[in-house]
Design a protein around this ligand. Sequence first.
Ligand SMILES: N[C@@H](CCC(=O)N[C@@H](CS)C(=O)NCC(=O)O)C(=O)O
Length: 256
Amino acid sequence: MVAYGLFHFWMSKSSYKYFHHTLLILKDINYLNLWEPVLMANNDLKLLEGWFSPFVWRVKIALNIKSLDYEKIEETLRPKSDLLLQSNPVYKKIPVLIHGGKPICESAIIVEYIEETWTSGPSILSSDPYDRANARFWVAYIDDKLFPSMRSALATDEEAKKPLFEQIEEVLLKMEEVLLNKPFFGGDQIGLIDIVLGSLLLWLEVLENINERKLLFEEKTPALVKWAERFLADPAVVVVMPETDKLIEYAKAFRP
Ligand SMILES: N[C@@H](CCC(=O)N[C@@H](CS)C(=O)NCC(=O)O)C(=O)O
C-alpha cells in the first residue's frame, strides 16, 4: 500500500494533490501520527467539530502543533446540538473549543487562544508586535475576500461565478507577494496566516474540480503552489485533512 502510494506520487505529475494523496495513505496506516505518543493529555479540551469544515481544520492544526489532546465532538449541524447552541449562541457555528467548561468561538480567535494559553511548543504567532499585527491583517483579508468568494462560487450560476473567480485569483496573487521566498508565511514554520489560508486549500481544489478550472497554478503563483505542497505535507496538517473526493461529494449539495 505504501509502495503503491509512493509509486503513484513519483510517477504522476508533481502536484500537491498527488503528494497529499500519498500522505493520506501513510496517515491511514499511522506512519505520520508521530506526535500521538507525546500528546499532552488532561487539558480538559473539547472541540465541537465537523469533518468538512475548513474552520475546524484550523483549530485542529493548531492543537496538533501544540501537541494537545482533546475530545472530539462531531457536530452534524442538522439539527444543531444543544451543546453548540449553548456554547456559541451568537453565531451557532462550529468550531467551538471548550476549555475547562468555557467555550471559545471563531476559528482565528481560537487559534490565538491556543497560542497564548500553551506557550510551550512551536509558536504560531511571532513575539514581535508588528509581525503579529501584520499576520492579523492578512488573516482578516483572507476571511473577508477569499472564503466568501469561494463559498458563493460553489453555489451560483456560471455568469455570477466570473467576478468571484477573479476575486479568488486576485487574493492568491496578493498572497504570493506576501509569501515572498519564505517556506511559510510564518517563516521557517507554520504560523497563523499559513493555518488560515492553508485550511482553504482543499476547498479550493474542490472548486477547481467542480468547475474544471485551475485557480492555484504554477505559472501564476509558483511560490504559493510550492507552499501549498509544503503545508499539506506537514505532519500537523496531513492527519487533519479529509479526502478531496469526499468533499467533492459533500459540495454537490451546494449547487444551484
Ligand atoms: N467565522 C467562523 C466561520 C465558521 C463557519 O462558517 N462554520 C460553519 C461550518 S464550515 C458552520 O458552523 N455553519 C453553520 C451555520 O452557518 O449555520 C469561524 O472562523 O469560525
